[in-house]
Design a protein around this ligand. Structure first.
Ligand SMILES: *Cc1c(COP(=O)(O)O)cnc(C)c1O
Length: 369
């Protein structure tokens, strides 16, 4: 049996007709950039996040970068982030000229550790970017309390957590500004690149709106030096069609995760995801920890199961961040978990047969180690 890491073919069948109709309208009307459907999607997605404003941009990375730029993060500032994340969380800080300050994570949630976050704050700290990793919200109460005390802006990297909730409140409305990615493999994925900045702050909203459109306030007046980073109307049509199904698809992911948990519970050497009791996990990624991870992933491949690693190298040890001066041993949990973590196939329309096959194969491989 072969199990792909992801397979969105059934999703596509469900939305195909709506997308065909929507795209035809865009093609006929020709409003490809900042068109009506694009603005409509910004509003719908912001509401979905229980926030006020949405600004569509061309990637999650740009959503992060433009948010920091709008907050005037610049050379000499420090921005705190977890090292155990996708590198884009750090790159956006580097683009501004500010210094990324990497901190370690909690062992259970894999999210930034608020105690270590507070210990890393200095006079220069301007913002914190927290990541709701794999689809589980970070520890917002503690993080917001610390940041309020030190007057630091809270940026949510929500690229992996569309629809997840913390104490009943959706990600995207938990900090000062939130950044989403619509990269095709995310839980809400476009048919290309895309991203969105979501906020309740009107001033910030107005600034990011200028920044993504050459810094202009109208066709001819450019108030600041902006960029060209907009979400296409074509992608907005695709995303609007998918958004209607997102809660259902998140539920299917959670059901699949529960099934994996149940089947893998028989094998105590596999550490399954732990969900804190005041939040929901949307399982953009279903990651377990296993012994001899590199060997296990190879053997899974031989048995037709495609697994991946998110992430084998924490950002503070990436060659690109050599100049930041970190060394192995600086962030022990991030380093340890990077060696053990394994992402199993996960998408809404997985069959029970597939989940059983992946789980049984993994258990057998581990028992034979
Ligand atoms: C995917 C991702 C990004 C970057 O999003 P892009 O749309 O690929 O630029 C940033 N942060 C995290 C945590 C991600 O998973």
């Amino acid at each position: 049996m072969n199990v792909n890491f992801i397979d969105f073919s059934e999703q596509y069948q469900l939305i195909k007709d709506e997308i065909d109709v929507g795209l035809k309208q865009v093609f006929e009307k020709g409003d490809f950039i900042l068109g009506a459907r694009q603005r409509e999607f910004e509003d719908t997605f912001a509401k979905y996040c229980q926030a006020r404003y949405g600004v569509g941009v061309n990637s999650g990375t740009d959503a992060l970068y433009l948010s920091l730029a709008a907050l005037d993060v610049t050379v000499g500032d420090e921005v705190i982030l977890p090292s155990y994340t996708f590198i884009a969380t750090a790159l956006c800080i580097s683009y501004t000229g500010a210094t990324p300050v990497f901190v370690d994570i909690e062992e259970r949630s894999y999210n930034i550790d608020p105690v270590k976050l507070e210990a890393a704050i200095t006079e220069r700290t301007k913002a914190v970017i927290l990541v709701h990793l794999y689809g589980q919200p970070a520890n917002m109460d503690e993080i917001n309390a610390i940041c309020e005390k030190h007057q630091i802006t809270v940026v949510e990297d929500a690229a992996q957590s569309h629809g997840a909730a913390y104490q009943g409140q959706r990600v995207g409305s938990l900090g000062d500004v939130a950044c989403f990615s619509f990269y095709p493999t995310k839980s809400l994925g476009a048919f290309g690149d895309g991203g969105m900045i979501v906020t309740k702050d009107e001033e910030l909203y107005n600034k990011v709106k200028m920044l993504r459109d050459y810094g202009r306030v109208n066709r001819y007046d450019h108030k600041i030096k902006g960029y060209n980073s907009r979400l296409d109307t074509v992608q907005a049509v695709v995303l609007s069609a998918k958004l209607k199904h997102l809660d259902q698809w998140n539920k299917m992911r959670a059901d699949n995760a529960a099934r994996y948990n149940e089947l893998l519970a028989e094998c105590p050497r596999v550490i399954t995801p732990q969900v804190m009791n005041d939040r929901t996990h949307v399982y953009q990624t279903y990651a377990v920890r296993v012994p001899e991870r590199n060997q296990v992933i190879e053997k899974l491949k031989e048995e037709g199961v495609s697994a991946l690693i998110h992430y084998p190298i924490p950002v503070h040890l990436q060659q690109a961040y050599q100049d930041a001066g970190y060394k192995r041993g600086d962030l022990p949990l991030s380093e340890q978990i990077s060696d053990e973590i394994l992402s199993l196939p996960m998408y809404p329309h997985m069959t029970d047969e597939q989940i059983v096959y992946v789980s049984d194969t993994l258990k057998r491989i581990i028992n034979e180690l």
